[in-house]
Design a protein around this ligand. Sequence first.
Ligand SMILES: [Zn+2]
Length: 283
Amino acid sequence: MSHSLPFNSAMINGLFTPLPPEPELDETPGFLAILLGSSLVVFSEAPHTLLQEGCLPAEIVPPEKKPLKIGLWQGKPLRAVRIATDTVLPVEYEALPFQGPDMRLDNTLATIAGRAAQILHWERRSRFCSHCGGELIRIPGSWGKRCPSCGDEHFPHIHPCIIVLVKRGDDLLLIRNAAWSAGRFSLVAGFLDFGESLEECVQREVREESGIEVTNIRYANSQCWPFPSQLMVGFLADYAGGEIKPDGVEVVEAGWFNKDNLPLSPGGLRSISRWLINTYRNV
Ligand SMILES: [Zn+2]
């Protein structure tokens, strides 16, 4: 079975070679991943590709924004930079979302944009030591940082989350989070808590979000989710008992949906939520 999901490295195998950051001695022009919010800047005309450095008008990336080399794309340096969300792009450029229902970017470009976003998020959040406030410096050959003041070391924060497809015969459990628009449903998901195994997290999240109990919890697949930096660990589980009763605060609706009559796009097209449903609804 293919376990290749958008945002996972396998999606860009053969295209992208990740490299640890290093002092930028290399001036070779390469490609640029320019992020604007959760969108990637590309030429407006399809087929969309990563932009090459050197063909860009300077007003898109002001000189004070120094792009960060994150690896090689098709053998050439790939540098990533985030620009202000109010940047007005010249007409021949367009910012296409790599998150959400807009699928104009293909999965390889969405994946490299996600990688760039995840790295730049860590870079923004790791300027200062969370222990003493000192300014951090790079640990050579790694994305980690070290604090010269107190000696603490800090490494990229990737947060584990569970997501679970709960089945009861031909029905799937879907929930609607209070923050989502009416009619938008997805699978139960949530962050790992202190002291929990992943399976315990599945049991707790299902109980909290829907009120029911589950059994036969088994691992299915996992996905990097760079919004901003999660690892989604996907599980399957079977209904064991209880009545559906959402908490009414975090989750406003929960219910059993027949596998052949699901609401529109549960979880988004690039998500492991969609993959779990498509892969296991008929199993
Ligand atoms: Zn420190």
